[in-house]
Design a protein around this ligand. Sequence first.
Ligand code: NI
Length: 204
Amino acid sequence: MSYRPSVIAWICCFVIAFVLGALSLVSPEPSEKTVAVTGIALGGPFALTDQDGKNVTHATWDNHYLLVYFGFTHCPNICPLGLAKMAEALDALPQAQAKRIQPIFITLDPERDTPSELKEYVHAFHPRLIGLTGTPGQIESVKKAYRVYGQKQGTGADYMINHSGFTYLMAPSHAGKPGETLAVFAHETSAREMAQEIKNTLDR
Ligand code: NI
């Protein structure tokens, strides 16, 4: 009966696979797609211009958590996916919690993304999404604060910007000071996972 051990091994594999599968269904684990931010200085004060041409800072949306995404309106697919996901996560939250969050899109392309360009763009994703731009210097400093990668590729009018695709959840600003970074979501995080993590954070 030499086949016995391998049959038993196969059965064990199936049982283990089934148990692991069942466990992952019962308790989806979003943490591996949420970057831990403990101990990393991330985020900070910023001064930018909103989609209506108004000057804004990190303290403009007092009492609101900020959900921030960086990109550019000419982005072929990364930004549209990221922003669509952000919108879906917001809509999946209980309304009382969604209202406490200000979703923000910060452009990495201040040359082309004027306030009016941004206004039209963000509106396509979510009615509450606000687009921010600024001088090249202002954008550089916010990129640095949030450790955002954004590098221009190509020349002429059709250049692209290679960029990181993280979404940042920031605590409300307090007494003019920027709130701390509560979570950083990877591009691979699903809308459902993002909503769940935001809900857990706001429930705490
Ligand atoms: Ni993009």
